[in-house]
Design a protein around this ligand. Structure first.
Ligand code: SF4
Length: 461
């Protein structure tokens, strides 16, 4: 028996509990509030699916909900503070109506020091549950409806003793043409700044046949943009390697795109790049987080590749897939980062020519190796580096986008943006606006007439 998988008997038991709750949840609403990454968004779709199975109507409006679950993120302090402040919003409502249930989950709830804080300072939070407990949502809801005391469903050494991949629980997808499909969970890399291995446990992969079946059914349902998710998809190990899985997921009939998030540069294989190059359904976008351009800092981060190795990988990607967009993550102000280290980052960014950079100012996370390092960088220095990097990247992104003016791009319509302008995404994941409204989820050709650093504009042809 594979210890990573929840037994079918347990899934059946949760379904039975969910059905038994319908008399209690009839006419009630539930709301899931999400912070953080795509993994959390996908988790929230699964939480909402389980709440629906329990009989709740799902709403986006927490004020009309009787069950509120806040799915938290711990990647930076700012994200944790926002989640706690969101929880604080419900204090008054809970005081007025004790029957409302408030739960907290996600990476922040998985950390013991934050849980202590929640127990102490947020008495109106009724329950917390860990990142490997989503399949037990029906049981958690039952407890919440009946328990007299606050409770938690968390294992502090998660993902080992019990199964942690559950197949067969429902998903309530937020979008009818874009979907997330997790292929693996957890991470074994222990980058020295990151809490993910502590919050989400060791790497474990879904079975190849389960992933492929989910993608096939999404394609048959008309989904057009499918993102395979994992903290480090290149470590996928559920019956084949990731390149093979991606190829298989992108080989069904019909026009659709398959993307993936996120790759670790040390594991991004040549086979994977070959699949992107040859399979027309694989999006031409590679997000490859570099984090720093200095080999010295990369070593301190425990990234296990050098600047030169990263550059070689980026060159291979661009040579094999000339129309690809390469994007990255960079941390400014990692402990001990010198001006020379930062200059190395700037020169690497220039050399690769990224289409976009997600730049972050280093934020020490409790329990990580980096948080205890000497040589923490003053905020003012990190801010200056952040600004210099952003300014340079604006120029690089602008010049890359200028080259697309006059070209025709295949765009998947997102309908109207928040300003009422027709917009969509190219295969490179670039935002494209255009002249006429097209139903969301439709592929169109757009002739690009002008370019900004982070968006293109053109006419539908
Ligand atoms: S690869 Fe590193 S940064 Fe990414 S989730 Fe794993 S430990 Fe965190």
């Amino acid at each position: 028996m594979n210890r990573d998988f929840i037994l079918q008997d347990e899934i059946d038991r949760q379904h039975e509990i969910a059905l038994s709750l319908h008399s209690e949840t009839a006419g009630k609403r539930a709301c899931v509030i999400t912070f953080g990454c795509q993994q959390n968004e996908n988790d929230s779709e699964r939480i909402a699916g389980a709440l629906e199975l329990c009989g709740y109507e799902i709403t986006d409006d927490p004020d009309s909900a009787q069950m509120i679950i806040i799915n938290t993120c711990a990647i930076r302090e700012h994200a944790e503070i926002r989640a706690l402040s969101e929880a604080g919003q419900f204090k008054g409502r809970k005081e007025r109506d004790r029957s409302i249930k408030i739960g907290l989950c996600g990476c922040m709830a998985q950390q013991s020091h934050r849980r202590d804080q929640i127990y102490k300072s947020y008495p109106y939070v009724d329950f917390v549950f860990g990142t490997d407990m989503h399949h037990r949502l029906p049981e958690i809801v039952k407890n919440a409806l009946n328990a007299k005391k606050r409770f938690s469903f968390i294992t502090d050494a998660p993902h080992n003793e019990f199964g942690v991949i559950s197949e067969g629980m429902p998903v309530r997808r937020e979008n009818r043409y874009k979907a997330w499909v997790p292929v693996m969970y957890g991470c074994n890399n222990f980058c020295t700044y990151c809490v993910v291995p502590f919050a989400r446990g060791h790497e474990r992969s879904r079975r190849r046949e389960d992933v492929v079946a989910e993608v096939r059914s999404l394609v048959e349902l008309g989904y057009k943009d499918i993102t395979l998710l994992g903290q480090n998809v290149n470590s996928y190990n559920g019956g084949c390697d990731f390149a093979t899985l991606l190829d298989e997921c992108a080989s069904f009939d019909g026009e659709y795109r398959v993307r993936f998030m996120t790759s670790h540069p040390k594991d991004a294989s040549s086979e994977l790049i070959d699949v992107i190059a040859r399979n027309k359904n694989v999006a031409k976008h590679f997000h490859l987080p570099v984090q720093s351009g200095s080999s010295r800092v990369l070593k301190l981060m425990n990234r296990r590749y050098t600047r030169e190795q990263y550059l070689e990988k980026a060159r291979e990607i661009k040579a094999k897939v000339p129309d690809i967009a390469v994007t990255t993550d960079i941390i400014c102000g990692f402990p001990t980062e010198t001006d020379e280290d930062f200059a190395d980052t700037m020169s690497l960014v220039r050399e690769v020519g990224f289409d976009m950079i997600y730049t972050f100012i280093y934020s020490p996370r409790v329990g990580t190796v980096a948080a205890k390092m000497e040589g923490q960088i003053p905020k003012s220095v990190s801010n200056e580096r952040f600004k210099a990097l952003s300014d340079m990247e604006n120029d690089i992104a602008q010049s890359l986008n200028d080259r697309l003016v006059g070209k025709t791009l295949r765009v998947l319509s997102d309908g109207l943006n928040k300003n009422g302008i027709p917009c969509g995404r190219s295969t490179q994941n670039k935002i494209v606006t255009y002249d006429k409204e097209i139903p969301a989820g439709t592929f169109i050709d757009v002739k690009i007439e002008s370019a900004g650093a982070y968006a293109l504009s053109g006419k539908v042809i």
